[in-house]
Design a protein around this ligand. Structure first.
Ligand SMILES: Cc1cc2nc3c(=O)[nH]c(=O)nc-3n(C[C@H](O)[C@H](O)[C@H](O)COP(=O)(O)OP(=O)(O)OC[C@H]3O[C@@H](n4cnc5c(N)ncnc54)[C@H](O)[C@@H]3O)c2cc1C
Length: 477
């Protein structure tokens, strides 16, 4: 019997579990996939928005500004890469200038600090590669970038280090109300009992809410396709550059990532299919065309991968974060700026649990700090040599593009939450994320996973059941 069960191992579930792990509570995170960070939290623009987009007084506006202010400290505690690079919304004509002015006024009402409109000369001094057609921009120095899946993995890892339990491959398919709380039932018939429940199931939060009797939530998926360019292009811009937003989203952006790549996207296309994460020639060429309007310094030959994320668009226009009155909290419709707002959403959810009667007594031994997974990669040559002298596996480079050693891969499999497939290793270490996208190192990483988990080589998957990549031997010896 858990005190609180959090359904969904995304950034919202992860930071909520971490917040709850401060208290004397028995908590768990329930995730349907083989790893955490498998939903929108792994495929988004990775921007910590300053907070000028959302309409004043909405939850989106309040929690965005607060979350963005909290993010730097949380990222530092969790050893997650974060960079306050500032953002620009660029205007190409008078109509855009009006939109930029509207965003400025909204931002001031929302309490965004240091916001100002700058003219072409200053835009050019900040971004020398900006298009000749840009006339002015909204400049938000408080805008930032973070690695969203690293943040999610680290939040859940830190919650686990502080006592939380993680259930993966547990697809919630039914929920019963009992005298003591709730029974959460998986598609395999497993049952977890819990006094309180948090529904942070992203795109499926509406069906989970309905299982607990909340029928008024409806989530529609909206696809967003991206192009990721090589690190050689990471310096084309230094700020996050948006074009003016529309009803469908914040428009196509061009931004550096915390790891030094250049990210372009996303598209915005409504769909009925909650699993459709394809990228399409049409979507990707739209991304490229529009991004080139911001700067003509984009070379599509430097594309290393493309991906698609699904926004969970709710039916109220705002985040839907509320209790059913009996200890079941829904966190639904957490579309953008959900990543930016996540630290504040987690606090808000814990307040709702408290209002529903959850007792919060602080633990004396809660440790908010997590060793960064990139510590070895970024250490000095001297520090690296010292580690290699003690553990020789740190001296064997497995991923040549990103320079990731066997030691780092083994650590990712042993650390909380343990990496148990190839993509999970990739999200924790960056091995397979470079120019060759795993072409060279994947067979070696497969072998390391098999050895660490004690399973046959052929059973190692790309990202859980149904993604088997080694289906047999080419030669019998
Ligand atoms: C294209 C795009 C761009 C975005 N850009 C930004 C941005 O730049 N800045 C920003 O602030 N926000 C951005 N967002 C929004 C942000 O990504 C989300 O708000 C945030 O990731 C939502 O996190 P979550 O935990 O609610 O959902 P998710 O990350 O989707 O997590 C939900 C989890 O629940 C699990 N789950 C689902 N059903 C079940 C079930 N039945 N049983 C058990 N587990 C289940 C899923 O597998 C998943 O792991 C963007 C989103 C998209 C899609």
């Amino acid at each position: 019997m858990y005190d609180v069960s959090v359904i969904g191992g995304g950034v919202i579930g992860g930071l909520t579990a971490r917040k709850l792990a401060r208290y004397k509570l028995k908590i768990c995170v329930i995730e349907k996939e083989n790893d955490v960070a498998m939903g929108a939290s792994k495929a988004n623009s990775a921007i910590v928005h300053a907070g000028f987009d959302a309409a004043p007084l909405t939850l989106k506006a309040k929690l965005n500004v607060k979350g963005s202010e909290m993010m730097e400290r949380i990222a530092s505690e969790l050893g997650v890469k974060y960079r306050r690079n500032g953002s620009l919304v660029v205007a190409f004509d008078d109509k855009d200038r009006d939109t930029v002015t509207e965003l400025y006024e909204r931002g001031i009402k929302n309490g965004v600090r240091e916001l100002r409109i700058i003219e072409r000369g200053e835009v050019l001094s900040l971004e020398p590669n900006i298009s000749d057609d840009v006339v002015c921009a909204l400049y938000a120095p408080t805008g930032a970038i973070v690695c969203p899946y690293e943040l999610t993995v680290a939040a859940i890892g830190n919650a686990m280090d502080n006592g939380a339990k993680l259930y993966t491959n547990f697809e919630v398919s039914d929920i019963n109300k009992t005298g003591e709380g709730y029974e959460i039932i998986s598609s395999n018939g497993d049952v977890i009992k819990s006094a309180y429940v948090v529904n942070a199931a992203g795109i499926n939060a509406d069906s989970i809410a309905a299982m607990a009797g909340c029928d008024d939530i409806n989530i529609r998926p909206r696809r967003g396709e991206y192009i990721l360019l090589d690190k050689a292009d990471g310096g084309v811009v230094s700020h996050t550059i948006f074009q003016t937003p529309s009803d469908m989203g914040k428009g196509i952006l061009v931004t550096p990532t915390v790891d030094g790549n250049l990210l372009l996207g996303p598209t915005a296309e409504d769909t009925d299919d909650k699993t459709d994460k394809r990228t399409t020639p049409n979507g990707l060429s739209k991304v490229l065309d529009r991004a080139r309007k911001t700067t003509d310094r984009i070379d599509p030959k430097h594309t290393i991968t493309s991906f698609c994320g699904l926004r969970a668009v709710g039916n109220t226009g705002d985040f839907i974060i509320k209790s059913n009155g009996t200890g079941f909290i829904n966190a639904a419709g957490i579309e953008s700026p959900g990543l930016s707002a996540a630290p504040a959403i987690a606090e808000y959810i814990v307040e709702l649990l408290k209002n529903d009667g959850l007792e919060l007594e602080e633990k004396s031994d809660f440790n908010p700090v997590r060793e960064p997974t990139h510590a070895f990669r970024e250490a000095s040559a001297e520090a690296k040599n010292k580690i290699i002298a003690e553990k020789s596996e740190y001296g064997r480079i497995i991923c040549r593009c990103e320079g990731i050693s066997e030691g780092e891969i083994r650590a990712a499999i042993r650390q909380n939450p343990p990496a148990r497939d190839l993509d999970a290793v990739k999200r924790r270490t960056r091995a397979q994320m470079g120019r060759c996208q795993g072409g060279f190192c994947m067979p070696y990483i497969t072998g390391i996973i098999a050895e660490e988990l004690g399973i046959p080589y052929e059973e190692v998957t790309k990202s859980g059941k149904g993604s088997e990549i080694n289906i047999g031997k080419t030669k019998e010896i």
